[in-house]
Design a binder for this molecule. Structure first.
Ligand SMILES: [Zn+2]
Length: 264
């Protein structure tokens, strides 16, 4: 059997990593487990049995599109699957989506807080439509973010709305569909065919409740992710193991669901 796939990690170009990590640690009042470089992420993958990591970049300004795309090309490998980023205010949004697709990348990462937008903004409809047509995966930050005020930007209701408007969009809601909005997740998203990645749910949710939410969701729509370097991959995998999920479900979450999505 192939190894585990972590669907949510971050790293930065070597020369940017120290400053990026320091500034993100300060904003979120958290401590990174790694130094933010790709080589350090690979070492963590070796330690934890993670075969492949989806590496999500976030363009905090439209001008970051090209440098992120170019860097993504240089780091991609059997083990590192980069998802470049699009900024919603990019005047060439649709062309740039096409560029990402044409360069052979499977998906895109967007973050409502770092990119200052609301997930269900009508202005993004052409983007979501084109992503659906191209079969591109969209990984979004879901729920509140520890580094920002509690304004709802990518909450379970907006996720539900976008998924209803764009049923063919392969949207992946990180943090089990909405960090720190678990009530709404349970009410609006659990049980629906919406992809959820698990990072920061294992650490923040009561384990019985989390187990119940996972068992109530369509098993092919759950994905293991860590948000590394903000959690430790090995520890997060162990926490998932401790939930005592059925073996087949554990395997779907940690491997086969991601493999299927990335192969499409
Ligand atoms: Zn993240």
């Amino acid at each position: 059997m192939a190894g585990f796939i972590d669907f949510h990690t971050h790293a930065f170009p070597d020369h940017i990593a120290p400053a990026a990590i320091a500034s993100l640690e300060k904003d979120g009042n958290i401590k990174a487990y790694l130094d933010g470089t790709v080589s350090n992420l690979l070492a963590s993958m070796d330690r934890s049995g993670v075969d492949q990591s989806v590496l999500c970049s976030i363009a905090t300004r439209p001008a970051h599109f090209t440098p992120i795309l170019e860097w993504s090309k240089t780091i991609r490998s059997e083990r590192i699957i980069p998802f470049p980023s699009l900024h919603p205010a990019d005047p060439q949004l649709l062309e740039h989506l096409q560029d990402i697709h044409d360069a052979g990348f499977k998906g895109v990462k967007m973050h409502s807080y770092y990119q200052d937008f609301f997930l269900d903004d009508e202005k993004l409809s052409p983007l979501y439509m084109k992503m659906s047509d191209l079969g591109m995966i969209l990984v979004i930050h879901a729920g509140y973010d520890i580094a920002f005020p509690k304004i709802r930007r990518a909450d379970p209701l907006r996720i539900f709305t976008v998924c209803r408007r764009f049923p063919d969009l392969k949207l992946i809601a990180t943090h089990l569909g909405g960090w720190d909005e678990w009530e709404d997740v349970r009410r609006l998203l659990t049980g629906k065919p919406i992809y959820m990645e698990l990072s920061f749910a294992l650490d923040f949710l009561d384990q019985t409740r989390l187990r119940d939410m996972l068992l109530s969701h369509p098993p092919e729509y759950l994905l293991f992710g860590t948000d590394s370097p903000w959690t430790d991959q090995a520890t997060t995998l162990k926490m998932l193991g401790k939930l005592g999920l059925p073996d087949t479900l554990f395997e779907q979450i940690t491997g086969s669901n991601a493999r299927r999505l990335l192969a499409a």
